[in-house]
Design a protein around this ligand. Structure first.
Ligand code: KPL
Length: 298
């Protein structure tokens, strides 16, 4: 399959590198990462430990492929949608954190798939990505139901060795992943700890509260996600990725804007729409936004 991966951050580099083992992949990113990959290939450290050779470019306009995998930060989705609109793709799949990305992409493309990924990845230096934990990709039609394109893309991911499930209940899966990110990301970023730290007191209580509020909000919007399921999903991911730095912690450590608006901020907004209380998500979003403002990142 011909695949374009748009976004060569930690997850995009890892997914692009793994897909390149079985497919014709073009990774679209920024310099100097792109130049390093073009010169010497991409080194995947950790779990997979290999060097792969794939096309890498900083020019995403006018490309064509069977499938485009979007891994850019949620606040860059509108730009990504415009770039993709200049090319031709059989399907566009969002493998991003946060909610609302598929709707933005669907404004420019007919066939959009939703996806979640729980692989641990850290881009160490130009041309090098570390897989810090094997996770899972789940993909399917954003509104739920079966999709033959999702089956095709899922098979392509699996044939490249990525643990992949094609799901018919994506709205529920997206809200469950939102609960995971709402619980883990801001707490690990603020406390500068690894994901496993959220399994212990005193973080444990905070993280459960954020996941519980997310599930309550999902139910208020007609999505069948119990508090127990949301908490269990959060704890399972924290356990599997115990030694990882969350993406938000990486953003904060590197002085970059975070995805807080699409994660805890999204929960607060949807909770407000449905008159549900979300005090923990509000507090976490407020503290991260204050940090961003102090750094002139927003
Ligand atoms: O999605 C993640 C992230 O870091 O953004 C998790 C699942 C928490 C893995 O670190």
């Amino acid at each position: 399959m011909e695949i374009v991966v748009l976004g060569a951050g930690s997850l995009g580099s890892l997914v692009g590198g793994l897909l390149a083992g079985a497919h014709d992949v073009t990774l679209v990113g920024r310099e100097p990462h792109v130049e390093a990959i073009e010169a010497d290939g991409l080194e995947i450290r950790g779990e997979y430990d290999r060097r792969v050779f794939l096309r890498a470019t900083a020019e995403g306009e006018g490309l064509a492929a069977d499938c485009a995998v979007v891994t850019v930060k949620s606040f860059d989705t509108p730009d990504a949608a415009h770039v993709l609109a200049t090319g031709e793709y059989g399907a566009v799949i969002s493998l991003q954190n946060g909610m609302g990305n598929e709707a933005v992409l669907a404004g420019h493309h007919d066939t959009v798939l939703a996806g979640t990924a729980t692989y641990g990845a850290v881009r160490r230096e130009p041309g090098v990505v570390d897989c810090t934990g094997r996770g899972e990709v789940v993909l399917g039609a954003p509104g739920g139901g079966r999709s033959s394109m999702a089956d095709r893309v899922g098979e392509a991911f699996r044939s490249a060795g990525l643990e992949t499930t094609v799901a018919a209940d994506m709205p529920r899966r997206l809200w469950a992943k939102l609960a995971v990110n709402a619980g883990i990301n801001a707490v690990t970023a603020l406390a500068r700890v690894e994901n496993g730290a959220v399994l212990e007191a005193p973080a444990e209580e905070l993280v459960r509260a954020a996941a519980r509020e997310t599930a309550r909000t999902a139910r208020a919007h007609g999505v069948d996600l119990s508090n127990r399921e949301a908490i269990a999903a959060t704890e399972r991911v924290a356990d599997r990725t115990a030694g990882n730095e969350s993406s938000m912690r990486q953003d904060v450590e590197n002085g970059r804007q975070t995805e807080i608006d699409a994660i805890n901020g999204y929960v607060v907004d949807r909770a407000e729409d449905a008159s549900v209380a979300a005090p923990t998500n509000r507090l976490l979003a407020g503290v991260i936004r204050t940090w961003e403002r102090g750094r002139k990142l927003r």
